[in-house]
Design a protein around this ligand. Structure first.
Ligand code: C5P
Length: 231
């Protein structure tokens, strides 16, 4: 019975640290990991490859069809920089999927109801023994409303832009802090104000604001919450 398999939902905006938290918890408990953002990113990539326009009234039927028939695989790696290997139609695509442009495309397709419907069952199918850590925007509200533990991680847009900037500046990608802030702010607005499954904490979520915390403090708080709930 899958409804007896424990689920830890980790939701929040981009750059809040939820990816690190989710991957830490899945290692700690040896649970499966669902990176639901990657699924939206893959739908965006598949759509671009088919030549679909994602801005301004995208073709809902074609996007829904892509989501419903997404041919993807995920496999954990031992590389902390790139913890999840993924394929789309048999081809390795994680370097394309992890760009900020792919994040913007993901948030465009994520506002389309047929895409969210098309990915619903696929996301639920990740709930396998011994347990699941589900990372996203609506894990605790829509996909796993009965999750055993719900964490909602947040941080100011300024702090999140700065974290992203610090990650990228070592990689020699010419990007400014101001542009990153604008892009994060625009993505937040789209995710929070869309009609379907908007980004918001579940009523029974533990909300952690990591603006003035380092990742170790965040992990300690999360660990305390999860231990109390799951042992
Ligand atoms: O988490 P990540 O940055 O990879 O997510 C990319 C985008 O996918 C988000 O900005 C959001 O628009 C969308 N998303 C979503 N629901 C989820 C996960 C991601 O709408 N559960």
């Amino acid at each position: 019975m899958t409804d007896q398999i424990p689920v830890i939902a980790v939701d929040g905006p981009s750059g809040s640290g939820k990816g690190v938290v989710a991957s830490y918890l899945s290692t700690q408990y040896e649970y499966h990991l669902l990176d639901s953002g990657a699924l939206y990113r893959l739908v965006g990539l598949a759509a671009r490859r088919q030549g679909l326009v994602l801005e301004n009234r995208p073709d809902q039927e074609a996007l829904g069809d892509i989501a419903q028939h997404l041919d993807v695989t995920f496999a954990p790696t031992n590389d902390p920089e790139n913890p999840l290997a993924m394929t789309l139609n048999g081809e390795r695509v994680e370097s394309e999927v992890r760009t900020d442009e792919a994040g913007v495309d993901a948030s465009l397709v994520a506002a389309v109801p047929s895409v969210r419907d098309g990915l619903f069952e696929l996301q639920q199918s990740f709930r396998q023994s011994p347990g699941l850590v589900a990372d996203g925007r609506d894990m605790g509200t829509v996909i796993f409303p009965e999750a055993d533990v719900k964490i909602f991680l947040t941080a100011s847009a300024e702090a999140r832009a700065e974290r992203r900037y610090n990650q990228l500046k070592h990689k020699d990608i010419g990007v400014s802090l101001h542009d990153l802030f604008q892009s994060i702010h625009a993505r937040d607005e789209r995710d929070r104000t869309r009609e379907v499954s908007p980004l918001r904490p579940a009523d029974d979520a533990f909300v952690i604001d990591s603006t003035d915390m380092d990742i170790e403090e965040v992990l300690n708080q999360v660990q305390a919450i999860v231990t109390e709930r799951l042992g």
